[in-house]
Design a protein around this ligand. Structure first.
Ligand code: MTE
Ligand code: LUZ
Ligand code: MOS
Length: 763
């Protein structure tokens, strides 16, 4: 493996997986060599969104060629329950179905084709029940997943009275298909005494282990879950990989043969949940000087038919409902509404983007009514260090730094003037520009999840092997963990290998999520490596006749009191081994100082916040309603990036994914709860042609990041939220063509909706 740079201190660049990725040699679930005798699963899933199962007839399917057995809820030896936060989700439907795509039976056959052919021969009679797809309707009918939650600071009612301006409105954002390149899937292999090894495309190996343990009714110690890497997760495999693993495990458990199930794209789109659509009401009050004095919001989250992660997503919507602004009086209430859609789930940003879209809509509404640029209001209200978020945490803010730097670096005044000039000169082409400041809290909002472990082995040849609970899904976490070991030991990256995430090596892992995997698992790795290094120093000191703290390893040479010794890394390791000193360590890290009181809805839930400012510019064709994003220019708070190539990639990917959510990816369920956008021909994600023509990422170096790994702030989710600026840039372009447009705050702003908006409100 050529890693370009021998030592990390020389500036480590890129991803360790690049080599095998580009050669097509990286191993994903479907690349695992199949053991002979492997069987294949496929689900018969509900064609109806809500109803009572009257009859299930799979006699024809059983006779179908290659079919070995068909499993229903009756075959579950443990509990038919996969709900994580709330126990409200059956693995296989018993008497009722709650959404189109809900698994009813698992067909196991000798080939994938046979299994899928047999699925078509299953007959079901379902007495339909009323279908709810709209979260506001669910709220009216009191169909709530959990009781509503409210975050409050100050007193909104009395402050609205003091405001010079008050505006109200409604904002809607739609869901988003994860569209990981690798679909969901699992492969369960039985071993002795009823144990199983389960390969799963999951962000949460322990979540899979727990779900399988519950379903099979066997202890977790019999379930080895192994994850080499994912072809993307984006939150979609934080919780929703469990079902497929549990189904494979169920079949393998009964049949004592390996069983695999990798979903086809359309099955995946139909059966799995997505980003939560939200419908929200807002009320914003400003002073004469455009200070936001009061803000109220009510969020209706479309949770789908079961809780899944919705309560946690709901919470993050509240945490981020004021984005990067300080507002002294806030009251935000959120309802998690049960509908008859597949349970919606984690998706990059985890409810944060939905909350941020609403405050940005409120600001845009105010700006439009007051006939000023939204940026006038945005800038005046950016949170400052020492100010308080509605949930009680005191900000250590980079919001102003990012904004001011973006203004200067990207010559905002000039850019704004250019847009104005362009619009004055062009009748049917209009440009729009918008600024999007972001603020995202790093840590799982559930405090207990902020823990991780790392198992480090140094072998007698000086090579190092590391296991953590972190799952590599293209975000580069393995590279960052490798950098930690290479750095602490001061050895070549070639000497370090990162293992698959495996529940027998690392127990009780939190999912790789919340952008926190490198911080948590990297810290644990740093602790383990430092522990081993300490032992090596004692061995070296004895050998070289000095004190342990006088020993240093630099680029694989051992130094005593700054003098190069006769020992190198390999010899030191071998010496320790011969002296019977342990060369392995298992370390545990728990983020310090975070807490949250659920009764008061106050606390200090995040180890830190990530800030940034993006400037989005778009050109709109006002005859066709189509558009191109000229540029997205951001100043992003990276702390001190430990791997600029990875971090820039995360920014670019996040931005394009955010733009997709806001402008073109349109999930459509009909009134009966059937997914109409159920294939890549009807669901459009950004391609190279629709990605912005230019993306600039400026690395703002900031301090105060001692809880970040090597002071390098978490980067996985925050950049997605720059994409929200795309909606507002596009909206501004529409308004430049038709100031009286009746355009609503309704994302995604697809070309279709743009075209309607361009000519709405005109007589
Ligand atoms: N990047 C790639 N290439 N693929 C992914 O699936 N998931 C995102 C982000 N970046 C994702 C990604 C999400 S939702 C999260 S939470 C983080 O990566 C998780 O990894 P981290 O904690 O190591 O940042
Ligand atoms: N998952 C989770 C997350 O369980 N808790 C979180 O706070 C979170 N945040 C972002 C993404 N996933
Ligand atoms: Mo990311 S939504 O935390 O998997």
């Amino acid at each position: 493996m050529n890693l370009h740079v021998k030592f990390p201190s020389g500036g480590f660049r890129g991803l360790i997986d690049s080599y095998t990725h580009t050669r097509g040699e990286s191993i994903y679930l479907d690349d695992i060599p199949e053991i002979s005798g492997t069987l294949f699963g496929a689900c018969f899933d509900s064609p109806i969104a809500h109803g009572v199962i009257k009859d299930l007839d799979y006699s024809e399917a059983l006779k179908s060629e290659g079919v070995v057995r068909i499993f229903t809820s009756q075959d579950i030896p443990g509990r038919n329950q996969i709900g994580g936060i709330v126990e409200d989700e059956e693995l296989l439907a018993e008497s009722k179905v709650h959404f189109c795509g809900m698994p009813i039976a698992l067909i196991v056959a000798t080939s994938e084709e046979s299994a899928r052919l047999a699925v078509k021969k299953v007959k079901v009679k379902i007495d339909p029940l009323p279908v709810i797809t709209d979260p506001r309707e669910a709220k009216e009918k009191n169909e709530l997943i959990i009781p509503p939650r409210t975050f409050k600071i100050g007193d909104t009612a009395s402050s609205f009275e003091k405001c010079a301006y008050v505006f109200e409105g409604r904002a809607d954002s739609n869901g988003q298909e994860h569209l990981y390149i690798e679909t969901q899937g699992a492969y369960a292999v039985p071993s002795e005494n009823g144990s199983l090894k389960i390969y799963s495309s999951t962000q949460g190996p322990t979540a899979v282990q727990r779900a399988c343990s519950k379903v099979l009714g066997i202890p977790m110690h019999q379930l080895e879950v192994d994850v080499t890497r994912l072809g993307g997760g984006f939150g979609g495999k934080e919780d929703q990989a469990n079902a497929w693993a549990a189904l494979c495990a169920l079949a393998a458990f009964h049949l004592k043969r390996p069983v695999k199930y990798a979903l086809h794209r359309m099955e995946d789109m139909r059966m799995t949940g997505k980003r939560h659509p939200y419908s929200s009401d807002f009320k914003i009050g400003l002073s004469k000087e455009f200070k936001i004095l009061a803000y109220e919001a009510t969020f209706y989250q479309n949770a789908g038919a079961a809780a899944d992660l919705s309560p946690a997503v709901l919470e993050r919507t509240l945490f981020h409902c004021t984005n990067s602004y300080f507002i002294p009086n806030v009251k935000a209430t959120a309802y998690s509404c049960r509908t008859n859609l597949p349970p919606n789930t984690a998706f990059r940003g985890f409810g944060g983007p939905q909350g941020m879209f609403v405050i940005e809509s409120a600001i845009a509404k105010a700006a439009e009514e007051l006939k000023v640029n939204a940026s006038e209001i945005q800038k005046r209200n950016l949170i400052r260090t020492g100010e308080e978020f509605p949930y009680g945490q005191i900000a250590v803010s980079e919001a102003n730094e990012c904004w001011v730097k973006a203004e200067e670096l990207y010559e905002l005044n000039k850019a704004t003037q250019e847009v104005r000039n362009f619009n004055a000169e062009n009748k049917f082409l209009k440009k729009g520009i918008a600024l999007m400041p972001i603020c995202f809290g790093i840590s799982f909002t559930k405090t207990l999840m902020n823990q991780a472990r790392s198992l480090v082995h140094v072998y007698s040849d000086g090579s190092v092997n590391i296991s953590t609970g972190a799952v590599e899904m293209g975000q580069g976490v393995n590279t960052k963990i490798l950098q930690v070991a290479a750095n602490v030991f001061s050895i070549s990256p070639d000497k370090v290998k990162i293992n698959s995430a495996n529940t027998f090596r690392i127990a009780n892992t939190s999912p790789t999520a919340a952008s926190a995997a490198a911080d948590l698992n990297g810290r644990a790795t740093m602790m383990a490596c430092n522990e081993i290094l300490g032992r090596l120093k004692i061995v070296g000191a004895k050998e070289l006749g000095c004190k342990p703290d006088e020993i240093e390893i630099r680029e694989e040479c051992v130094y005593a009191n700054d003098g190069k010794s006769k020992l190198d890394w390999k010899q030191l390791v071998m010496l320790a081994y011969t002296k019977r000193v342990s060369l392995s360590e298992h370390a545990h890290y728990a983020t310090p100082d975070i807490h949250f009181d659920l009764k008061a809805e106050k606390g200090h839930p995040f180890s830190y916040h990530v800030y940034g400012t993006g400037i989005v510019t778009v050109t709109l064709d006002c005859i066709r309603g189509i558009y191109e994003f000229d540029s997205v220019k951001v100043v992003h708070d990276f702390g001190q990036s430990m791997n600029p190539v990875i971090d820039k990639g995360q920014c670019e990917g996040g931005i394009v994914q955010g733009i997709g959510w806001m402008t073109m990816e349109e999930i459509i369920y009909d009134k009966e709860g059937k997914l109409k956008s159920n294939a890549l021909s009807t669901y459009k994600v950004p391609d190279v042609y629709s990605a912005p023509k230019q993306i600039d990422v400026h690395f703002l170096e900031t301090k105060n990041n001692s809880l970040a790994l090597f002071n390098s702030k978490a980067v996985g989710e925050p950049p997605l939220m720059y994409g929200i600026g795309a909606y507002f840039a596009l909206r501004n372009a529409v308004k430049a063509f038709n100031a009286g447009s009746l355009i609503s705050f309704d994302a995604p702003l697809t070309p279709e909706k743009v075209l309607m908006a361009l000519y709405s409100g005109k007589s």
